[in-house]
Design a protein around this ligand. Structure first.
Ligand SMILES: [Zn+2]
Length: 241
């Protein structure tokens, strides 16, 4: 396709305008509030899930401890019973021996009281942890619903913006068809390397619309009397009038 220098400048400028718009839409996608909300919710959810798992594991451990303690308590109770039977059987007459049995019963009961206190403490701890676990379970569920809602909002907004981008890309590509491969390659290289700005206007006939550096008198004269596309000698961007 043979374009006149003026036409080439116009096409390049238009392609740049579409790419600028596309870049803006992409920035809008990045800045969507629903996207940030989703990130926040994901963090909250992961924290709540972890806390819930921790509580449940603590509950399980405490359950094991209590089970073990209950077994030990049963054992102590039967030991006390055995000693009491000995004491009241009437078969032991030796006062020293009787005293020893009484002392043993006393010590076993003391131990049993301590273990019962511990058992009670474990029960209270179990109640506390179970309440916390239930609270965390509810928090996980609430956060999951919020996440689902935010996700649907985000996906809807994203879909609309992507549709907008597709439309802009269609318009841009239709214009790109008029350019030769070499020009397109050069344009795309600049676009990638110059923060999305490859083609700029010469401002007031005297400075670059990209890097804003003032041109020399010779250049100003050249641009004033010429037509087409030039390159900024400072930032290398394509210059159009
Ligand atoms: Zn420049």
């Amino acid at each position: 396709m043979d374009l006149s220098p003026v036409e080439l400048g116009t096409v390049l400028w238009e392609v740049q305008q579409y790419d600028t718009c596309i870049l803006e839409v992409r920035k809008r996608i990045e800045g969507l509030p629903a996207k940030h909300r989703l990130t926040e919710l994901a963090a909250e959810l992961s924290e709540a899930r972890q806390a819930r798992t921790d509580r449940e594991r603590e509950l399980e451990e405490i359950g094991h401890r209590q089970h073990k303690l209950d077994g030990e308590l049963d054992l102590l109770t039967s030991k006390v019973k055995v000693e009491e039977q000995k004491l009241f059987s009437g078969t032991i007459m030796n006062p020293k021996e009787l005293q020893a049995i009484q002392a043993e019963i006393f010590s076993l009961r003391k131990k049993r009281d301590e273990m019962e206190t511990e058992d009670l403490e474990l029960m209270e701890e179990t109640d506390r942890l179970a309440a916390e676990a239930a609270e965390l379970k509810a928090k996980v569920e609430t956060t999951e619903s919020s996440e689902a809602l935010a996700k649907s909002v985000y996906e809807k907004e994203l879909e609309e913006l992507e549709l907008e981008i597709a439309g802009l890309e269609g318009e841009r590509d239709a214009r790109k068809l008029k350019l030769d491969e070499e020009t397109i390659a050069e344009y795309e290289k600049l676009l990638a390397g110059k923060a999305g700005l490859a083609v700029v206007k010469i401002q007031k006939g005297a400075s670059c619309g990209g890097c804003h550096i003032q041109f020399s008198a010779t250049q100003i004269d050249q641009y004033e009397h010429g037509e087409g596309v030039w390159r900024c000698q400072y930032c290398r961007r394509m210059l159009v009038k």
